[in-house]
Structure formats: structure tokens, C-alpha cells
Design a protein around this ligand. Structure first.
Ligand code: NDP
Length: 599
């Protein structure tokens, strides 16, 4: 037994073996293909908008515009705000929903909340002088904030809502992109900014018989309050006496399970892999503290978060929450006692990870009274193998008489859906309603993730162009796709504080677009050499990272157990968001747009 581990109260060899076994027994032959795309016979799970009246029609729009921003979630709103700052106002936003908000427009399930501190997460707080109500905002406040941005920056009149983009095609002769939509629009834009977010397309678990269920069923991203009653705060009185199944125990289920448990006649939670559930500790914002913040505070706070996420030590942890605790856990110690070799570093970090997970497993034991349920709820993997969650009500929900945890890990998932219920481990659980908390196409291949076609010069498909891995400059532009920009997870620095990452990207893209317009350029696109260099830079970071992911239990973080070097999801600028921003700032400071060709 490892001596240090023993002193900490665990046996590292045993844990290593257990983690490996838990991973192995979950790996499925069909990997990421196990999930069902929400199309065809499953389309009804996502092709409707519960928040607007059905049947919206309008005449097709045939417009020439300077800039089309595809998506009116936070990344699209930030693109619009940062373009406005650059003095550019000739843009249109195209948004599938009936309002702004993106993921916060669609995801209004009960208990929905942001796991990143609101002071870091909610964009433009200083510009809008808005004080979040709590350290962790709930969905309604976040949605309202996106509306606030829309109003403040006068974006409502410049947005085509309830409009879904089907294709984006470059027209060389016109020097514009055709954006064609489900309303037969043809918007001809000089520049396109893709701002689609990451959890854009919901997915269903690959369970036989989903279509045969005769009761009520929906995906968490289209919560059916007509059926349940209530709203995002709960109060789902129509669930009284009903038997409800929730399939999945990711970040979404962790938040909605306690609310459904409070209102349903009986709740069955079907769990394949348990999430880590760390403390939340939400609290109201203190007005005095808020008033004491100095200009520039939000950037400073985001950089503090970003530095810790990148494993750097900071003089003071401004955030002090579950995320920053995890960042410290998975970073090697600094200072005179820091590990000197890679082996030493890996060993120290692994021990800290074991200790953190032991603490999280102990939290299950102290909260959940039924020993079998407690055992099943314990996660056995390294803390960053799956998206960590933070909640003070989820575990306690399993102490209720009307809640049953059904562990489906042995069978690698729920077996079957019948006309009347859910079959797991050979038992049929009869239910009135099935709620799929089965997530999104976050790390699927690009075509599936985006759900639209993008064709550049000579009709080349973006997805063919990227079939063997992304090819970008800084993640934003690609050769053969002039005046086309992408905001998202694409060969740039990743942050769990998504909106801060999107904001930095939006600033940079707004600068390039504004400069191209100021310089009278017809097109702007990266040179082949610049793309080659950037791809090499990103590939240089990949070395070493895949081994960690391979050893993890399957999930979207590791492409269901098969992280591939070529996959677009796994290429990131690993020095972190702050380092990436410095790189972008230095790039902008040259005033020469190096690596971009203006024609
Ligand atoms: P996830 O992809 O995280 O979870 C899907 C769940 O469905 C998993 O528990 C999965 O199990 C389970 N599942 C899939 N197939 C089956 C099957 N055949 N039988 C039984 N169970 C099955 O989706 P979420 O919607 O929970 O979260 C997606 C992401 O959205 C999060 O990771 C996070 O990034 C974001 N999010 C952010 C929030 C925030 O606070 N900002 C809140 C909510 C979501 P298994 O793990 O075994 O694959």
C-alpha cells in the first residue's frame, strides 16, 4: 500500500483498480453512437417551443446585411454588444427561440441554476450595472439578464426570432453568405458569426422502445409545465399522485430531481453513472460588498477564476467555491515543496484527487440514510472525469419515501421502454411520465452538433473540411470560409465559465470584423500557413491529456470512453483562458492582423 495514501485513509492501489473496473464495466461497444439524434420519429422531443404560441408564420425575408449573428444566446448577445462597442451596428441576429437566452431560454426545468458563480458568469454586469440576487443565479434571473442585454443594446429590432438556420453558403460572385432558414429566408450577409453555444442540440439515450411509450414523455430542455404544473421554482401540483421516471443523473438531473421528488407521487431515478455532488452554499448578494466593487472588478474576478482553472496560484481566491476547490485539487502544489518531476507531479495530484473523491463519497454516506442507495450514489473516478456538480438537495432527496434510485450500471443503462414504463435489471417500473435528462450533443462530431450545413468556397462542406480534425486560426476562422467566424469550443482556451470564454472570443471577432470593414476588405480569411501553425500549436498540447480521459468512466467528456487525438472536442489551448487572452491581445496590438489575408 502507498504510504502517503494510507496516512490519508485510503489505499491508492485499491482505488486505482476500482476506478479502472468501474470504467471497464460501463464501456459500450457502440460508444457515442448509442445516443439517438432527435430527428425523424423522435423529432417531437425538441422541434417545438413551449414558450410561444404554435404555428408562427411570416413572409420570407430577402435582405442584404453586413453581419449575421447565428444564435441569440449569451455568445450571440456578446458578439452584438462587442460589435456595438466597435462602432458596428449593421448586424442581424437569427435565433431559433422566441426570445434571447439560448440555453437559458430552452432549459427551464425546475431547479435550473448556473453552477458558476453569477458574478463571474453573468456577462456585462458592470456595463449594465446589474447586481445578481445570489451567488448562484437560478434560470429565471439568467434568462431575464439576457433580455436585459437585448434591451440595453437595442437588439430586439435587429433579431429574427423563431427562425432556424438550415444552410449557410458562400457566394463568391456576391462576396456574401446566403443564410437560408426554415421561413424560406435568404439573408445575404458579408460576415457570419456562428454563436450557437455548446448544448444546442438535445439527445436521447439509445434505449429500445422509446417511441412505444403511451404515457407522457419529454426531454429536460423542453420541460412540459402544462403537464407538470408549476414553474422553474417547483410547485408542480399536477404531478401529485403521478409515477415519474427521470433517466440520467448528469448536471441537469442533479438540479431537477429534488424538485420533482417534492411534487411527484413517486419518483424513480434511473442512474447509470453517479455524478459527484459537492456542496453548493448559495447565498444572497451582500449589497455593501457589491457597492465596494471597483471598476474593472468583473474582469479581475474572471481572471482570478481563469488563473485557478489553469492551475496557477493566486494571492487570494476571490471565488472560494466548489470549482476553485477542485481546481486546487487537480493542480500540483507550488512553492518550495513543489514536485520536481512529471512523475512526482502526477503522483501528488492523483493522491489529492483520491482524497477529494473520498470526501465526496463520505458526503454521500453522511447524507443518504439507506446504505444501498448510498453505495450506488458514490462516484468512482477522478474528479474531472465527469462534469462536477454542486447541490445541497439532491442526495437528501433519496431519503424520501417517494423516491427510488434504480442503479442501471450493471446493464450499461436502462434496458427497454415499454408502453407503460421503464424496464431495468429485468424489472418493469410502471410510470405515467418519463423525463429524459439525457443531455446534449456537446462532443459529438461537428455536423451532428451544429444541425445545419455550412458550405464555403466552391461549395466545400465545413464538416468535410474538418473531418480529420479542426483547422483554424485561434479557433475562430478557417481557410476557404471567408468572413466566417466561430464562437465556441474550437481550438481555443476552454473555461467552465462559458460566458467569460465567449465574451473574450466575441471581443476578438468583433475587432477583426470591424477592422476588415474599416480597411475596406471584401474578404478576410486565414492564410494556410497561419492555420497550419495554429493546428500544430494545439496538437502540441494534446500530448499526454488523452491518457487521463481514457482511464475515465465514459461520458461526453471522453467521447464515451474513446477520446481520439483527431476529435475536434479535444483540442484546446491548455495554458488557459488568461494566457490565451494575452496572446489575442498581443495579436491585436500589432494592428496588422497577422495570419489573416484581407482581399
Ligand atoms: P449529461 O450528458 O451530463 O447526462 C446524461 C445522463 O444520461 C447521464 O447521467 C447518462 O449516464 C445518462 N444516460 C444516458 N444514456 C442512458 C441510458 N441508456 N440509461 C440510463 N442512463 C443513461 O446531460 P445533462 O443535461 O445533465 O448535462 C449536460 C451538460 O450541460 C453538463 O455537463 C453541463 O456542462 C451543462 N449543464 C450546466 C448546468 C450549469 O449549472 N451551468 C446545469 C445543467 C447542465 P452516464 O453518465 O452513465 O453516461
Amino acid at each position: 500500500m502507498d504510504h502517503e495514501g494510507h496516512e490519508m485513509g485510503f489505499d491508492p492501489d485499491e482505488l486505482r483498480e476500482r476506478y479502472r473496473a468501474e470504467r471497464d464495466r460501463r464501456i459500450r461497444d457502440n460508444g457515442a453512437d448509442q445516443y439517438l439524434e432527435i430527428t425523424g420519429q423522435y423529432a417531437h422531443f425538441a422541434d417545438h417551443d413551449p414558450y410561444v404560441e404554435a404555428g408562427f408564420t411570416r413572409a420570407p425575408i430577402n435582405d442584404e446585411i453586413d453581419i449575421a449573428i447565428i444564435g441569440g444566446g449569451f455568445s450571440g448577445l456578446l458578439a452584438a454588444a462587442r460589435l456595438t462597442e466597435q462602432g458596428v451596428s449593421s448586424f442581424r441576429i437569427v435565433e431559433a427561440g422566441g426570445d434571447f437566452g439560448g440555453t437559458w431560454y430552452w432549459n427551464r426545468y425546475p431547479g435550473a441554476q448556473c453552477d458558476t458563480e453569477s458574478y463571474c458568469y453573468l456577462p456585462l454586469l458592470e456595463e449594465l450595472k446589474y447586481m445578481p440576487k445570489e451567488k448562484y443565479s437560478f434560470a429565471a434571473e439568467i434568462f431575464e439578464h439576457s433580455q436585459r442585454i437585448g434591451t440595453t443594446y437595442n437588439l430586439y429590432d435587429r433579431t429574427h426570432f423563431q427562425t432556424r438556420v438550415n444552410t449557410i453558403d458562400w457566394d463568391e460572385e456576391l462576396g456574401r453568405w446566403h443564410i437560408r432558414t426554415d421561413h424560406a429566408d435568404d439573408l445575404k450577409a458579408r460576415f457570419v458569426i456562428m454563436a450557437l453555444g455548446t448544448a444546442t442540440r438535445a439527445k436521447l439515450p439509445g434505449i429500445e422502445g422509446i417511441e412505444s411509450f403511451k404515457g407522457h414523455a419529454f426531454h429536460t430542455s423542453r420541460w412540459d409545465y402544462d403537464y407538470t404544473g408549476g414553474d422553474t421554482t417547483g410547485g408542480m401540483t399536477k404531478l401529485a399522485g403521478k409515477r415519474v421516471a427521470i433517466i440520467g443523473t448528469g448536471a441537469t438531473a442533479i438540479q431537477c430531481v429534488p424538485r420533482v421528488a417534492a411534487d411527484a407521487g413517486h419518483l424513480f431515478v434511473f442512474q447509470r453513472t453517479p455524478s459527484t455532488v459537492d456542496w453548493r452554499g448559495n447565498k444572497p448578494t451582500e449589497p455593501q460588498w457589491w457597492a465596494s466593487l471597483q471598476p474593472g472588478w468583473q474582469r479581475e474576478r474572471r481572471e482570478n477564476f481563469g488563473a485557478q482553472a489553469a492551475g496557477q496560484s493566486v494571492p487570494v481566491d476571490l471565488i472560494e467555491d466548489g470549482w476553485t476547490d477542485i481546481f486546487r485539487t487537480v493542480s500540483a502544489p507550488k512553492g518550495p515543496n513543489r514536485p520536481r518531476t512529471k512523475e512526482e507531479r502526477d503522483r501528488v495530484v492523483e493522491l489529492a484527487d483520491f482524497a477529494k473523491m473520498e470526501q465526496l463519497r463520505a458526503r454521500v454516506d453522511t447524507t443518504v440514510s439507506d446504505p444501498d442507495a448510498a453505495e450506488a450514489l458514490k462516484p468512482w473516478y477522478r474528479v474531472m472525469c465527469k462534469r462536477p456538480t454542486f447541490n445541497d438537495e439532491f442526495l437528501a432527496a433519496f431519503n424520501r419515501d417517494n423516491v427510488t434510485l434504480v442503479d442501471v450500471s450493471d446493464a450499461k443503462g436502462v434496458q427497454r421502454i415499454t408502453e407503460t414504463g421503464v424496464v431495468a435489471n429485468g424489472v418493469e417500473y410502471q410510470v405515467d411520465c418519463i423525463i429524459y435528462a439525457s443531455g446534449f450533443e456537446i462532443s459529438a462530431e461537428f455536423r451532428r452538433r451544429l444541425g445545419m450545413e455550412v458550405n464555403g468556397r466552391e461549395g466545400q462542406s465545413l464538416f468535410d473540411h474538418w473531418a480529420d480534425g479542426l483547422k483554424t486560426l485561434h479557433g475562430f476562422t478557417t481557410r476557404g470560409f471567408p468572413n466566417w467566424f466561430y464562437i465556441g469550443m474550437s481550438q481555443n482556451a476552454f473555461s467552465v465559465n462559458m460566458t467569460s470564454m465567449f465574451d473574450d472570443q466575441a471581443r476578438h471577432i468583433a475587432y477583426i470584423v470591424a477592422e476588415a470593414m474599416r480597411r475596406g476588405a471584401r474578404t478576410v480569411e486565414p492564410s494556410p500557413a497561419a492555420v497550419e501553425d495554429w493546428v500544430a500549436t494545439i496538437n502540441g498540447f494534446k500530448v499526454g491529456g488523452l491518457g487521463f480521459l481514457e482511464a475515465c468512466t465514459p461520458g461526453y467528456y471522453n467521447n464515451e470512453g474513446a477520446p481520439q487525438a483527431g476529435s475536434s472536442f479535444f483540442g484546446a489551448y491548455t495554458p488557459g483562458t488568461n494566457a490565451f487572452n494575452e496572446l489575442l491581445e498581443a495579436w491585436r496590438a500589432t494592428d496588422e492582423l497577422p495570419g489573416l489575408e484581407l482581399a
